[in-house]
Design a protein. Structure first.
Length: 128
């Protein structure tokens, strides 16, 4: 059974946000490597109260699902902004730009998707 699974607490994954200059906005724990995952990406985010994602992004091929764990806020999907709250699941097609904004209690969510190094930032004043 060795090598057939990995059990990991996401709080033990290093927070990538401070090293990338985004620590004032969120915590970002990108767990794929720590999990030893070969085909799927998993990231855990804690967006600080009233803050927006540091960037808008999209993918060439990777469809993503976001699951809101705690808090509330908004997700920007293309030009549409929708309210989100606990246990909402949002599936996003690859090419659609997306970003989040936390409400007054913050916004904690997990992102899942196939591992493709195909993400790209999208210029959008919404996150400035």
């Amino acid at each position: 059974m060795a090598g057939t699974y990995t059990h990991l607490n996401l709080d033990r994954v290093a927070d990538a946000a401070p090293g990338n200059g985004f620590g004032e906005r969120w915590e970002a724990r990108v767990a794929r490597t720590d999990l030893g995952a070969e085909q799927v990406g998993v990231s855990h985010f804690r967006l600080h109260p009233g803050k927006r994602s540091p960037f808008v992004h999209r993918h060439r091929e990777a469809e993503e699902v976001y699951v809101i764990l705690r808090g509330s806020g908004w997700v920007k999907l293309g030009e549409e902004v929708r309210a989100v709250s606990e246990l909402d699941a949002i599936r996003v097609a690859p090419a659609l730009p997306r970003a989040f904004e936390a409400g007054p209690d913050g916004l904690e969510f997990i992102a899942f998707g196939p591992h493709h190094a195909d993400g790209e930032a999208v210029a959008d004043d919404w996150v400035s």
